[in-house]
Ligand binder design. Structure first.
Ligand code: GAP
Length: 524
């Protein structure tokens, strides 16, 4: 049965919940934070690790079957964050990893110029009004108030496409008057560092924090081929931190300056590359759906020719409908057909042969590469967005009659609101919460603690004895714990416990001796 399509949560709602319940904090918060950096709290760390582990399990240890039903070979890697700078020269990042940026001389704001849009008068005369993509309200207000006109008398043009002669008449989003924006200029996104305790800050000591995990894979391709007896086609996967000095980090952990990626480089015979490209685009879309992401919130977007990097023959994004993009979609993962670009570049720059000998035919080829590359931290945002649900629950009723709450809707008479994170059990940060019915009855507390001690050997668990049971349930709902186990007076008599399901709120009595097997059967 098709469930009702939820309205995505606003970013503000998610940020507030994440801070309040220990998922994600602003980095260096006690020093007023640092733009573009975030710290994962206790629950966010568990959630992120679970997503990482699900990816590793489903991509490395037990990848999907190939297009002809064959088992795929994928091995893992963990390369250094700092590589020889020649890596970044060969990969093209030193020369070409740039974003166009524009500064506001008045507010000192820095914008990604390709994220700035401008209302330009159809007449070509007068002030133009810039706004950040998706946030036209400020510019529209100014058109009405300052230009005494209407947005319909304007056309929308990307700032990067604007005739430079018009820039002095553009009113920047944060400025108090027109003419404060600079022309766009290129800005390299790699963070620099300097190697060696006594090293000066000269070019010869300069190194870079990696802007993607992928290059660590390409430079180890030969090591893996020589040591792991892998045969074409095969994959090398890596999960880890990447760093980009983004001009405008925004939308919480969607675009940050320090983030994590989950990348697979799939090496295949050039003749088979298109087949594998199509396979991986579909497989990746299905994988996100397998985690419980609503297919209505996912879509495939094929890049237009003019979006493709010069070495790439095809690229598709898995896009998601985030709260801040709705009703539009934003990138979650990219699947790129990179051809032999990277291996050829490193072969030429390093002098190391990257050819692969196809033994059956004695043919030497430089493999082509299909790259499914997704953000782990961006994936966490998708999971939070997808899980966040507000419901109206009949008061005093533990089962049935639940309504999905529309944002801003009044709580109906006789109902109360509950916020619940409906994570797939596999991804939930805490799997089981254990409660004694009353905290002042030693027998109940003792038995509940014994159960807690037993269950925590296997799963992340939470013990809570304070407050009414209903409130304890709500606290666990809000962090997405799939099961709550209560030890009550019957438990003392017959050694059974009550297990309450987060989503249905149904309660079941289960013998304590069977609890572990029962929980295992629920896929946590
Ligand atoms: N090796 C290819 C590559 O890095 P990309 O499209 O630049 O491709 C892949 O990045 C994924 O990494 C994106 O789809 C996104 O999920 C994530 N990502 C990229 N930049 C990010 C940022 N600044 N903050 C968070 N995630 C980011």
């Amino acid at each position: 049965m098709q469930t009702e399509h939820k309205t995505p949560a606003s970013l503000e709602t998610l940020v507030t919940l994440c801070k309040r319940r220990g998922f994600i904090f602003q980095s260096s918060e006690i020093y007023n934070g640092l733009n573009g950096f975030w710290d994962f709290g206790p629950l966010g760390t568990e959630l992120k690790n679970n997503l990482r582990d699900a990816w590793w399990q489903d991509m490395v240890r037990n990848p999907p079957l190939g297009p002809d039903g064959e088992m795929l070979d994928i091995v893992g890697l963990d390369s250094a964050i700092i590589q020889n700078p020649k890596v970044w020269a060969a990969s093209g990042h030193l020369g070409g990893f740039n974003d166009p940026m524009a500064d506001c001389r008045e507010s000192k704001s820095r914008y990604r110029a390709d994220h700035l849009m401008v209302y330009v008068p159809e007449s070509g005369e007068g002030t133009a009004f810039a706004f950040l993509e998706g946030e036209p309200a400020v510019a529209e207000k100014r058109i009405k108030k300052n230009a005494k006109s209407d947005p319909s008398a304007y056309k929308v043009v990307a700032f990067t496409d604007l005739d430079p002669a018009l820039i002095p008449s553009v009113w920047g989003p944060d400025a108090s008057e027109p003419g404060t924006l600079t022309e766009p200029r290129q800005f390299n996104l790699m963070f620099k560092t300097f190697i060696g305790a006594l090293a000066g800050e000269g070019e010869e000591n300069t190194a870079y924090l990696r802007p993607e995990t992928a290059q660590g894979i390409f430079i180890n391709y030969k090591n893996v081929v020589d040591t792991m007896r892998v045969k074409l086609p095969f994959g090398i996967a890596q999960v880890g931190k990447s760093f980009r000095n983004e001009v405008t980090p925004r939308n919480f952990i969607f675009r940050s300056r320090e983030f994590e990626q989950m990348e697979l480089e799939w090496f295949c015979h050039p003749d088979d590359a298109t087949k594998w490209y199509n396979f991986w685009v579909e497989a990746r879309l299905q994988w996100w759906a397998s985690l419980g992401v609503d297919m209505r919130n996912l879509r495939r977007r094929d890049h237009d020719e003019d979006e493709l990097a010069h070495y790439s023959t095809a690229c598709a994004d898995v896009e998601y409908q985030y709260g801040f993009t709705a009703p539009g979609f934003g990138e979650l993962e990219g699947i790129a057909h990179r051809g032999d670009f990277d291996l050829t570049q490193h072969q030429e720059a390093s002098g190391t042969k990257m050819e692969y000998l196809v033994q059956e035919t004695n043919e030497k080829v430089i493999p082509h590469v299909i790259e499914p590359s997704s953000g782990l931290t961006r994936g966490v945002l998708v999971l939070l967005n997808e899980a966040y649900t507000e419901e109206f629950v009949p008061k005093g009723n533990t089962e049935g009659g639940v309504q999905l709450a529309k944002p801003g809707a009044q709580v109906p008479e006789g109902y109360e609101k509950r916020v619940v994170l409906k994570f797939a059990p596999r991804l939930a940060p805490i799997k089981v919460a254990i409660f004694p019915l009353l905290k002042n009855r030693e027998e109940l507390v003792g038995k509940a603690k014994d159960l807690y001690a037993e269950l925590r050997k296997t799963w992340p668990c939470f013990y809570d004895q304070t407050g009414a049971i209903g409130r304890r349930y709500r606290r666990q709902d809000e962090i997405g714990t799939p099961f709550c186990v209560t030890v009550d007076f019957d438990s003392l008599e017959d050694n059974t416990v009550t297990v309450r399901d987060r989503d249905s709120m149904k309660q079941e009595r289960i013998p304590a001796s069977e609890l572990k097997a029962w929980l295992h059967s629920k896929g946590i």
